[in-house]
Design a protein around this ligand. Structure first.
Ligand code: HPA
Length: 287
């Protein structure tokens, strides 16, 4: 078991070393972009892009709509708002690894640990999610206040890698309260409506049943999705500050009289793209 832990740490270090050898950017902020939201990484002037396949130890992304590369560059400072924001060094994951693709939880969170070794202190995670709160509508953006996870293993299961954090880590402020407040302030300033709520993690790949959605709502969930939570647990374990934003792509199963499909999720991502990019850039400038 100890060998396994040392082996993992070596692999994470090797990946971080490779990334550092390919760029002069020393990121302090990491972004993980969800379904249909990856566009943010496409228009950073002078950015260095590294395919996941080039990074030793990195899993390779398989889902449609996930480009599968790391983009390192200076984000912000160039917004159409022209409000004098300052660009920040970031590392962006364009495309993430999902449990439902068949990766182990350890693989799913591998890049978060690489980010930590690159010097990332603040992680912005985004996703497309189903609306569980019946007051929500597709196209809404939601700051994640907390999460509910069961049914899947913890990414921290197994020997603890003490270099990252403690065996039993606190999750009471995993979604950093100051960052949530900052997001709400910035959203108000740039005129983007922003909701707040609890994100429930489900394993997928099936969308949920209407009964499961009723259950999640009863338990206090506002949105549901198949990502984000493993990464947030890993980031919290490693002492990173976290801000999570969901783009509501559809109403969850059973709320509307219509079937769910992945195209709808992707289309909703494209719909909110411009607003989303504007908000994220404005937040990054304030970090
Ligand atoms: N359920 C789970 N994951 C999702 C959904 C959903 O309705 N929409 C986007 N990701």
């Amino acid at each position: 078991m100890k060998d396994h832990q040392e082996e993992r740490l070596r692999a994470i270090r090797a990946a971080a070393d490779h990334v550092q050898s390919r760029t002069d950017i020393r990121p302090r902020i990491g972004l993980i972009l969800g379904s249909g939201l990856g566009v943010l990484g496409n228009d950073i002037p002078g950015a260095d892009a590294i395919d996941y396949g080039d990074v030793p130890g990195f899993p390779v992304s398989t889902v449609e709509g996930h480009a599968g590369r790391l983009v390192l560059g200076m984000l912000g400072g160039d917004g159409p708002e022209g409000d004098g924001g300052v660009a920040r060094p970031v590392v962006i994951m364009q495309g993430r690894f999902h449990y439902y693709e068949g990766y182990t939880m350890e693989e799913v969170v591998f890049p978060v640990r690489v980010m930590k070794l690159l010097g990332v202190e603040t992680l912005l995670v985004t996703n497309a999610a189903g609306g569980v709160n019946t007051g929500f509508a597709p196209g809404d953006l939601m700051v994640i206040t907390d999460h509910i996870k069961f049914f899947t293993d913890s990414p921290l299961r197994g020997p603890n890698i003490g270099e990252f954090g403690p065996r039993f880590n606190d999750m009471s402020t995993a979604y950093t309260p100051e960052l949530r407040e900052l997001a709400i302030d910035v959203a108000r300033r740039v005129g983007v409506p922003l909701r707040e709520g609890v994100y429930a993690h489900m394993a997928g790949p099936s969308f949920e049943t209407p009964a499961e959605i009723n259950m999640l709502r009863t338990l206090g969930a506002d949105a549901v999705g198949m990502s984000t939570v493993p990464e947030v647990i890993t980031a919290a374990h490693a002492g990173m500050r976290v801000l999570g934003i969901s783009a509501i792509s559809n109403m969850a199963a059973g709320i509307l009289d219509q079937p769910l499909n992945h195209e709808e999720v992707m289309e909703a991502g494209r719909m909110v793209q411009d607003t989303f990019v504007k908000l994220i850039k404005a937040i990054v400038e304030e970090l």
